[in-house]
Structures are given as structure tokens and as C-alpha cells.
Ligand binder design. Structure first.
Ligand code: SF4
Length: 80
């Protein structure tokens, strides 16, 4: 696995975004009343944490995404 600039990752983090049960959708702006946008979202398919992002600050996001350090349902995401 490499970083965005092509360098190898030498210390992979055990975080939820490296788990196969994690998903993220960045949302989309609305273009018209007929093509409304939608909010971004992230989810744990095992429901270990809530997908509700309302009221979540940076510290809360860090705590949530480092759940993987102690989660028994963690499974590494396959990378190509
Ligand atoms: S909480 Fe567990 S199962 Fe859910 S995404 Fe994180 S590591 Fe994976």
C-alpha cells in the first residue's frame, strides 16, 4: 500500500477506514430542484458506531475512527 504521493506506508494505522466494514460517501451538491444534492455520510456495516454525524466534532471523529484499535470485528480492507 502506498500514500497518495506514491511512497510506501511504513507504519499502517489500525483505523476504521482501513477496515472492510467502513464506507464513506462524500455527498453531492444539488444542481436543481429536480436533482437535489445529498449529505456526506460514513458508516460501519457492523453498527459498532452510529452513522449519525450530527454534532460530531474533530475529537469525536478521531475517537470514532480509532475504534478499530480495540474492535473485534475489524477486518482489513483489501487493496489493489
Ligand atoms: S468499528 Fe470495527 S467493524 Fe466498524 S469499521 Fe471500525 S473496525 Fe470495522
Amino acid at each position: 500500500m502506498n500514500t497518495m504521493d506514491g511512497k510506501p506506508i511504513i507504519r499502517p494505522a489500525v483505523v476504521c477506514w482501513s477496515c472492510k466494514h467502513f464506507s464513506f460517501e462524500g455527498g453531492s451538491p444539488g444542481y436543481s430542484e429536480y436533482t437535489p444534492g445529498y449529505e456526506g455520510s460514513m458508516d460501519c456495516a457492523k453498527n459498532v458506531w452510529s452513522s449519525d454525524l450530527s454534532g460530531l466534532d474533530e475529537d469525536g471523529l478521531r475517537v470514532r475512527l480509532t475504534t478499530a484499535e480495540r474492535c473485534t470485528k475489524f477486518e482489513p480492507r483489501k487493496t489493489s
